[in-house]
Design a protein around this ligand. Structure first.
Ligand SMILES: C[S@@+](CC[C@H](N)C(=O)[O-])C[C@H]1O[C@@H](n2cnc3c(N)ncnc32)[C@H](O)[C@@H]1O
Length: 497
């Protein structure tokens, strides 16, 4: 059969720039008129796009943002919470809503993978994001389950963990754990455990829309086959980690078929009876099928069910995504996962009287109903040094001991002045705080957002340990402490710019 023939990429044309060279190899993969449409599309600037955070806001807010910031937007065809921006007086990155995690700036193409999953029957699914940093798609997975499922956000890169944690904290997720392990391990450690697994794989980044973070350069055949082999191993691991009936989405920001289609082909060959590539074309308003052949290789017929977003199809970057369902058992090796129980890391669960005391304190001071939040999201209170965290029960049930870089969300800080609600907790649940709140006059807003203390605005009632501060549009803008005639600004230093 010709199907197994090796792929050999065409020889680069030496006189072209690196980027043009990289582009030229795609000419043979499209009919001439489509390649022309692609070239024309690439002449146009990529439309910036954003996806709202349903944990903090609703689609109705977009109309306000358009008015306040002079935006003209159009909905993303395949993501009900995503918008592309045709015009913007205020850039997307410079609004208060961006700073406080009301939306995530993301190319529209990257909004496809999380949309491909079907919601499982359980309202609390277990979700694995294998290569998660900086967390764009993790925030989307969390949004799709409204933070009710447990999301394990993993990335192997040491320097990738801090950006991931910051993004997730600002998104306000409570049901998330961040880990740092090779994705290849999860199938061995947690076989048949997850409902969904996303593999947004490290790839050659041939998206045809180069940016600073996604440069486009010619990739040597050696590098390409190394990337394809790594993606195959990660995808095998993802498939092993989901339950029978569970779904895996494999995505890349490259259009190189030596990864994409060839990786799916290889996995279907290795697991002929245990997985299928699902048809998900109904998620798009017009077809965007994967290739059936490329550079002499003919792919397994199911590969065509994957989605290949050429930039000219939906005015996005180039992107590839496929949804696979695990249809049967897989006979793959297993091994115990690393374990270091939480209690051995200096953390301990709060006993019932202490947990009750804290719930009562929040109720009396802020009219905040902690008990109902803990029940809705299946959380338990743990103490870690001078802080109280809400820890996902599902993590303790299924992954107890797996070393984490972040787990749950901080609720309270124990300070020399006593308890105070943590910034990340208030940023998520600001509108559940019914007293102890202050409205800051507009003329003080700029100084406040720069992190400066401001004169204490007029307030009603006894001062709480810290005020929950809103602006005149009723947007949460931080916490503040009364200090004589001043309101001391407790905004975290890192977010100030
Ligand atoms: C395409 S990026 C992920 C982008 C992310 N999903 C998002 O939407 O923001 C690929 C990530 O894979 C990580 N990575 C590379 N090799 C890995 C491995 N063996 N296991 C886990 N993560 C890995 C990289 O550190 C990188 O952050």
């Amino acid at each position: 059969m010709s199907r197994r023939k090796k792929i050999s990429p065409p020889t680069p044309v030496p006189s072209l720039s690196a980027q043009q060279t990289a582009l030229e190899q795609f000419r043979v993969l499209l009919p001439p008129d489509e390649f022309l449409a692609l070239l024309e599309e690439l002449e146009r600037p990529l439309l910036p796009a954003f996806r709202i955070n349903p944990l903090k806001t609703t689609s109705q807010a977009v109309a306000d943002w358009c008015e306040w910031y002079g935006w003209q937007v159009q909905p993303v065809a395949f993501c009900s919470t995503g918008w592309q921006v045709r015009q913007a007086r205020t850039p997307l990155s410079q609004t208060l809503e961006h700073r406080f995690g009301h939306y995530y700036i993301q190319d529209a193409a990257s909004m496809l993978p999380a949309e491909l999953f079907d919601l499982p029957a359980s309202p609390h699914p277990l979700i694995l994001d294998m290569a998660a940093s900086p967390g764009g798609k993790t925030t989307h997975l969390i949004s799709r389950t409204l933070d009710r499922g447990l999301t394990l956000a993993n990335d192997a890169g040491l320097e990738r963990i801090t950006p991931l944690r910051l993004v997730l904290q600002n998104w306000g997720t409570v049901n998330t754990a961040v880990t740092r392990f090779p994705a290849e391990k999860f199938g061995r450690w947690f076989p048949g455990v997850f409902d969904w697994a996303l593999l947004d794989a490290p790839c050659s980044m041939q998206s045809l829309r180069p940016t600073e973070s996604h440069p486009m350069r010619p990739i040597s055949p050696r590098e390409q086959s190394h990337l394809a082999r790594r993606q195959t191993a990660m995808l095998m691991s993802a498939l092993a980690a989901v339950k029978p009936g569970g779904q895996v989405v494999y995505s890349t920001c490259t259009l190189a078929p030596q990864e994409d289609e060839a990786v799916l082909d290889e996995v279907l060959r290795r697991l002929p009876n245990a997985v299928q590539v699902d048809s998900v074309s109904n998620r798009l308003p017009q077809p965007a099928p994967a290739l059936t052949t490329a550079f002499g290789q003919t792919f397994h017929p199911q590969v065509q069910n994957a989605l290949r977003l050429w930039p000219h199809r939906f005015s996005t970057s180039g992107f590839f995504a496929a949804r696979l369902t695990r249809t049967d058992e897989m006979d793959l090796p297993t091994e115990p996962h690393p374990a270091r129980p939480l209690r051995e890391t200096g953390q301990e669960p709060l006993n019932r009287p202490m947990a009750q005391e804290i719930a009562e304190w929040l109720k009396n001071t802020y009219h905040f109903d902690l008990t109902s939040v803990l029940e809705t999201y299946r959380l338990e209170l743990w103490r870690s040094q001078a802080s109280i965290f809400a820890v996902p029960t599902a993590f303790l049930e299924t992954f107890d001991g797996l070393p984490c870089q972040m787990l749950g969300l901080k609720v309270l800080e124990d300070t020399p002045q006593g308890w105070q609600p943590a910034h990340e907790w208030v940023n998520r649940f600001a509108h559940h705080f019914q007293s102890g709140c202050l409205s800051l006059p507009d003329e003080m807003l700029d100084e406040w957002l720069k992190g400066k203390d401001v004169p204490m605005p007029r307030s009603a009632g006894n001062p709480p340990p810290v005020w929950i501060v809103f602006d005149e549009r009723n947007r949460f803008i931080g916490r503040g402490r009364s200090s004589g005639i001043w309101l001391k600004n407790l905004l975290p230093r890192r977010g100030i710019g």
